[in-house]
Design a protein around this ligand. Sequence first.
Ligand code: CIZ
Ligand code: SF4
Length: 357
Amino acid sequence: SDPDLVERARAARAALGDRAFVLGHHYQRDEVIDFADVTGDSFKLAREAAARPEAEFVIFCGVHFMAESADILTSDSQQVVLPDLAAGCSMADMAAIDQVEDAWDVLVDAGVADDVVPVTYMNSTAAIKAFTGRHGGTVCTSSNAHVALRWAFDQRGGLEGSGKVLFMPDQHLGRNTAVLQLGLSLDDCVVFDPRKPNGGLTTQQLRDARMILWRGHCSVHGRFSARNVEEIRAAEPGVNVLVHPECKHEVVTAADLVGSTEYIIKALDAAPAGSSWAIGTELNLVRRLAATHPELRVHYLDSTVCFCSTMNRIDLPHLVWTMESLVAGRTVNRIVVDPDDAHWARVALDQMLALPG
Ligand code: CIZ
Ligand code: SF4
């Protein structure tokens, strides 16, 4: 990157000192990660932010829903700042609160709402987390989704009972977890499409379903296919295929290992020298893993470039502008969650933190 900008970033960072804490998501560009005080997945970063009450400014290098979670978990006097407000998440945007409220009305009309416990992935707006809290559900991450689902079914008599989960917004994480970790069948899962009347489902389908999966997906992880797995196995005998659970069911079943970004990082840290890996997650992270593990053969599962375009919006110019503005006494791009939503989202986040294991 531009040496001038790097110099300006260093100067602004030094001027802010302990007043600022910079968080960097694993999918961020290297030029941004270089200035992160801590790196992590969305869950780890939200907790790191909450553990820094002395920081006046939390500069969140990630996407909008992550900055919202940081605002919910930090104190009112702390300001959470997102260096580019256009850094959204297409998956989170696939579940708008009015669509979810309408979907709940469909469940009420079908006579099944009392059986349903909502579970929302961390990758959702604060409004969806608040909806989940108001309806007695929980947030989950890709590491604890199986625990969250078991807990949700236990609220309605266990897996053998007649309870159901409304899982938002990622249909793939919901399906993969229900089928591969809870032992439900694909037939137990239906997809609720908010663009269709009644979600595109009959009342009977809603009554029979155990998992009502919101029709959302990640535009990065959703691109990998079973063919990518076949091709890398043919090209690279002995390769270990490791993918994120936001990938399609066909990809996850074809892979050798499935796990969150933190899991992927730990798996490579523990991998024997000389072993070969094909990773199905965001490209900034895979490139960094390849660079930090010269003793391994690290491949990208899909040879076509696949960054998360919104993660990539946070670049060094935006970070410099943000830090220089704060140095000059101007708070820019502050993320503030509506207090009522923040309260109920916190209820759903606290429920996740109280899950066993
Ligand atoms: O796909 C993402 O954006 C992930 C895995 C986020 C996170 O850190 O949970
Ligand atoms: Fe959203 Fe996918 Fe990008 Fe993550 S990688 S921020 S889920 S679009």
